[in-house]
Design a protein around this ligand. Structure first.
Ligand SMILES: [Fe+2]
Ligand SMILES: [Fe+2]
Length: 345
């Protein structure tokens, strides 16, 4: 047999050390595992993966709805897409960031799994809109006043989505991980709350399956964020705690657009946006989509905020005042601007 070491070169004076890789960088490669629970969640996420194309789409027929109801459903999914369809890009960037920061392997993998899930959620927006309102959200010509109102509102919505994306892109490098993850946690808390409510409210079998599955994904995302935060929260400085308090208020302001109604503070909207939004949401409600009433939404949102509040106060982080929901706390309302908005679904 040939000598397998034939050709090996041992330099006189020893091997030359490779240059250090300047950081942040995704190299050198490594698979460090510090949090076994996260690795287990990632395994579970692979085992519970689902395919949006496999939902019984034939059961979602345009002719089963009035024109206004179809428009209402398209409008709701266009609003949802402001959050859920940004998910893949937002978490893809967060995944790259986690690689560059040499986060432990399960953190990177969990972020990748959230990216994967969010792609499914945005596909649900895409497929629903394609079936009920071809060309939606924006690539169609409105002909009635209601259609014009919907088209114009969606345009304004995505104007704000664009501002969010610009801010987020800067925030990824600017904020420390506890701040970023607290924001993500807020988004996942909101998302799991929303889809639990919608799943119980909808009367349509396609939406029922869709919302149950998305809701299950969002609960897992929340579990991922909570597990990471349990590692990150101990030993926070007062300055970081203050930033987190502000982030929680920013999360409320941003996410209320889909969970309830948009408050003052971030949203750049024309004065007719909200009344028209309400009319369109009523059509979606009327179509059996499962959009809860204004009061039910407020109650669910209040309960979700109370859960976040209970979690963060355990770690000595003050909760912001949310006067819109009668929640007392630190007043940070004048400190919120576009760059502060991080949360996603
Ligand atoms: Fe999510
Ligand atoms: Fe999502």
């Amino acid at each position: 047999m040939a000598d397998p070491d034939h050709g090996l070169v041992i330099p006189d004076g020893g091997f030359w050390p490779a240059p250090e890789v300047p950081q942040p960088n995704i190299y050198p490669m490594e698979w460090r595992v510090e949090t076994a629970k996260l690795a287990a969640i990632y395994e579970k996420s692979k085992a519970t993966v689902w395919n949006p194309a496999g939902l019984p789409w034939d059961g979602l027929r345009a002719e089963d709805f009035s024109l206004e109801q179809r428009l209402g459903i398209m409008y709701w999914f266009s609003v949802l897409a402001n959050f859920d369809a940004s998910g893949p890009a937002v978490f893809a960037r967060a995944t790259i960031h986690a690689f560059e920061q040499h986060e432990e392997d399960p953190v990177r993998k969990c972020f990748f799994s959230i990216t994967r899930d969010e792609m499914n959620h945005e596909e649900c927006c895409q497929r629903t809109i394609a079936r009920l309102w071809p060309g939606g959200p924006l690539n169609w010509a409105p002909s009635t006043a209601l259609e014009q109102a919907a088209h114009n509102n969606i345009g304004w919505l995505y104007h704000n989505g664009g501002r969010y994306w610009t801010g987020y892109s800067k925030a990824v490098g600017k904020y420390s991980l506890p701040v970023l993850f607290t924001s993500f946690m807020m988004g996942e808390m909101a998302a799991s709350t929303l889809f639990r409510g919608m799943a119980s409210g909808t009367t349509h079998p396609v939406f029922s399956q869709m919302f149950h599955r998305i809701g299950r994904d969002e609960s897992r995302h929340l579990q991922i964020c909570m597990t990471i935060l349990e590692n990150e929260w101990p030993g926070l400085t007062e300055e970081v705690k203050g930033l987190i308090t502000r982030q929680l208020r920013a999360g409320f302001v941003f996410l209320s657009m889909i969970l309830w109604e948009p408050p003052e503070g971030f949203w750049e909207l024309p004065p007719y946006f909200l009344p028209n939004h309400r009319v369109l949401m009523n059509h979606a409600r009327d179509a059996g989509l499962g959009v809860l009433s204004y009061d039910e939404q407020a109650e669910n949102w209040r309960v979700a905020m109370a859960r976040v509040r209970a979690i963060v106060t355990r770690w000595g982080i003050e909760f912001p005042a949310i006067p819109e929901l009668d929640i007392e706390g630190v007043d940070v309302s004048d400190a919120i601007n576009a760059e502060d908005i991080i949360p996603v679904f």
